[in-house]
Design a binder for this molecule. Sequence first.
Ligand SMILES: [Zn+2]
Length: 227
Amino acid sequence: MAQQTARLPVRLGGIGLRPVAPSLHIAYFSAAALAAPGIVLLCPPDRREATFADHQHFGFTATVAQALDEVRRRLPGEHRLLPATMAAFWRLYGVQGMAKKLQSAISSQTDLKELQDLINGRETERADRQRLASAGSRNAGAWLTLIPRDPELRLTDKEYRQAMRLRLGLPVGENLPRRCVCNADLRKEPCHFFWCGQLKTNAVTTRHDRMVRSLAALFTAAGASRG
Ligand SMILES: [Zn+2]
């Protein structure tokens, strides 16, 4: 689950370690669609249909058809960007401008499908579904893409590791005991500490007190009276 999460784009709750192999067919198909208007012009109008339908002598069509099949495998069902036949491909993408940002549009759809399959997987735990929904919400991945301008906005290595473990659904630390003080199995619930009934009260109070101290220090530094 952690590896699958890591492969998702940042905006969908992952960390953007995208595997190259699944993108190859999308890239090839999109590049072919971009080149289609120029290729169409090279062929005399009265011979276009017969030429493009002749897979034996015009192998490019067969290669694009293979890439299209691969893309369609990842996006089953009707899709307006994926023509049903190669004849439809030449009609649609033979027109200048139709393939603009095509690779990005198809990739967005396949990424979303990947996330939905992960969320709806039969073996996906409820906590993982909640984590994926949360990590994929707006700006939840901003800390992964922004370069902090001020030193106080920088995460230490330890803070970064903890945040990454949380995002990927990994245990909060190595060598944890098998069970929490409340007897919950920590192997089954790697993020158990967030909702442990016995530990919650102390943890919430500690976090609250730390926040108050941090805010007070900031106000003091800004010249405010603590009154
Ligand atoms: Zn517990």
